[in-house]
Design a protein around this ligand. Structure first.
Ligand SMILES: NC(=O)c1ccc[n+]([C@@H]2O[C@H](COP(=O)([O-])OP(=O)(O)OC[C@H]3O[C@@H](n4cnc5c(N)ncnc54)[C@H](OP(=O)(O)O)[C@@H]3O)[C@@H](O)[C@H]2O)c1
Length: 368
C-alpha cells in the first residue's frame, strides 16, 4: 500500500456520518472511503450514498452493503478479507442513538456491533488508526467536572443508550493494546454553526419546538443547568482531523463545548423567548413535577398537550444536568489545528432560523 488511505466508515448515512464523509473527502484528497451501509427496502447502499456524496467524489467512494450486527458485518468472506487487507483507517460511528431500546436491542448494535468492527481492525494488517465515536454522556448521572480519561466511576445511567455506549467504550479501551485506537466523545450534536442546517430534529430540537409553538413553557429543571451542545461542522472537522493525528492515539477526547463555551438552560431559553416571541419559561422543581404535577396534568389534559406531556418525559434530563465536560486534552490537540467548538450563544440564532425556515425539518431548503 502506498501513502494513500482507505478509510472504512460506519454510520455514514447518519446525521454526523453524512457530514463526516464530506469532510473526509474535502480534507483528505488522497483518501478513498469504504462506506458500510445497510440496504433499505427499495434502496441499495450505493443509492443511499449517492444522496450525500458529492457527485464529483463518487469515484473515491466504495460502498459495502453491510450491517454491524451480522457476522463479518454482513459482508461475504472474500469482501471482508479484501477490505481488511486494504483498510488503513477505520472510523466507527454507527450506533443506535434511541433512548427507548431495550438493553438487548441497544447492546446488539452498540456493543456487539463495535466488537465486530474492532475485530475487523485487529485483522487489518495495514491499520494506522481506529477512531471510535462515543458520547460524553457515558458519564451518565455524574455531577461536576468530567475528565476525558475517566470512564466508569460507579455512575448510574439514564437509559440503555448511555449504558451501552459506556460498555462499548470500555470494550474499545480493552483493545487499545492491540490497535491504534482513538476515542472521541461528542456531547449533544446540533446543526451547522454557520448555516444552522441539520438533518436531525431530535435531542434539543423537540423541547425547543414545543416551546416555540407555545405548546409548553413549564420546565421541570434548573435554570442554571448547563447544556453542552456542539455544532455538527465542529464535530465532523474534529473527527476527520483526529483520525489522522498520531498524537491522539490511545487517548479519549471530549468533543464538547466545555465550561467556557456552553450555556445554561436559562441563557438558551432567554434567547429562544426573544427569537420566537414567546413568554419566558416557568421553572418548577423536577421532583415536584414528576411526583405530583405531571400525574395530575395527565388526568387534566388531553389531545396535543397530553401528547407533549407523554413525549416530553424522554427529555427530562436535559434540564437537570449538573455536569460539565473538561476539554483540556481536546484543546491541546485541536486548537493548534484551528478547530474549536464555538460558544453556543454565538450561533444559537442560526439554529433557530433554520428550524423556522425548514418548518422544523418538514421542508428541504438550501443552506444559503
Ligand atoms: N447525535 C448526537 O447528538 C450525538 C451525540 C454524541 C455522540 N453521538 C454519536 O455519534 C454517532 C453518530 O450519531 P448520529 O447522531 O449520526 O446517529 P444517527 O443519525 O442515528 O445515525 C446512526 C448511523 O448508524 C447506522 N447504523 C445503525 N445501526 C447499524 C447497523 N446495525 N449496521 C450498520 N450501520 C448501522 C445508521 O444506519 P441507517 O441509516 O441504516 O439507520 C446511521 O448511519 C453515534 O455513535 C452516536 O452515539 C451522537
Amino acid at each position: 500500500m502506498k501513502n494513500e488511505d482507505l478509510i472504512l466508515v460506519t454510520g455514514s448515512t447518519g446525521f454526523l456520518g453524512e457530514r463526516l464523509v464530506r469532510e473526509l473527502l474535502a480534507t483528505h484528497p488522497q483518501a478513498t472511503l469504504a462506506l458500510l451501509i445497510r440496504n433499505r427496502p427499495g434502496l441499495t447502499g450505493l443509492q443511499r450514498a449517492e444522496r450525500f456524496v458529492p457527485a464529483a467524489d463518487l469515484h473515491r467512494v466504495q460502498v459495502y452493503a453491510g450491517d454491524v450486527t451480522q457476522p463479518l458485518c454482513g459482508l461475504d468472506a472474500s469482501a471482508y478479507q479484501q477490505l481488511t487487507e486494504q483498510a488503513t483507517r477505520v472510523i466507527h460511528s454507527a450506533a443506535t442513538v434511541r433512548f427507548d431500546h431495550t438493553l438487548e436491542e441497544a447492546r446488539a448494535i452498540n456493543v456487539e456491533g463495535t466488537r465486530r468492527i474492532l475485530d475487523f481492525a485487529v485483522a487489518s494488517p495495514n491499520l494506522r488508526s481506529f477512531t471510535y465515536v462515543g458520547t460524553a454522556y457515558v458519564a451518565g448521572e455524574r455531577t461536576g467536572l468530567i475528565r476525558e480519561d475517566e470512564l466508569n466511576v460507579g455512575q448510574n445511567f439514564r437509559n440503555t443508550y448511555e449504558q451501552t455506549k459506556s460498555e462499548a467504550e470500555a470494550l474499545v479501551r480493552s483493545y487499545l493494546q492491540k490497535i491504534p485506537g482513538i476515542i472521541l466523545r461528542p456531547s449533544i450534536i446540533v446543526g451547522d454553526s454557520r448555516t444552522g442546517v441539520t438533518s436531525s430534529f431530535k435531542m434539543m430540537y423537540w423541547p425547543l419546538k414545543i416551546y416555540a409553538r407555545r405548546l409548553w413553557r413549564t420546565v421541570p429543571g434548573y435554570p442554571d443547568s448547563v447544556l453542552d451542545i456542539v455544532p455538527v461542522d465542529f464535530v465532523a472537522r474534529a473527527v476527520a482531523y483526529l483520525a489522522f493525528d498520531p498524537t491522539a492515539i490511545g487517548s479519549t477526547v471530549h468533543l464538547c463545548a466545555g465550561p467556557r463555551s456552553s450555556a445554561t438552560i436559562a441563557q438558551i431559553a432567554a434567547r429562544a423567548a426573544e427569537y420566537f416571541h414567546v413568554a419566558p419559561p416557568r421553572y418548577v422543581s423536577p421532583k415536584l413535577f414528576f411526583a405530583l404535577l405531571r400525574p395530575l396534568l395527565f388526568l387534566a389534559l388531553w389531545g396535543r398537550k397530553r401528547r407533549v406531556l407523554r413525549d416530553g418525559r424522554a427529555y427530562r434530563d436535559y434540564f437537570t444536568m449538573r455536569m460539565q465536560f473538561d476539554t483540556t486534552h481536546a484543546e491541546r490537540l485541536l486548537v493548534p489545528a484551528g478547530i474549536t467548538a464555538p460558544p453556543v450563544l454565538d450561533y444559537l440564532d442560526r439554529l433557530f432560523h433554520y428550524c423556522v425556515a425548514s418548518e422544523w425539518g418538514r421542508k428541504t431548503i438550501s443552506p444559503e
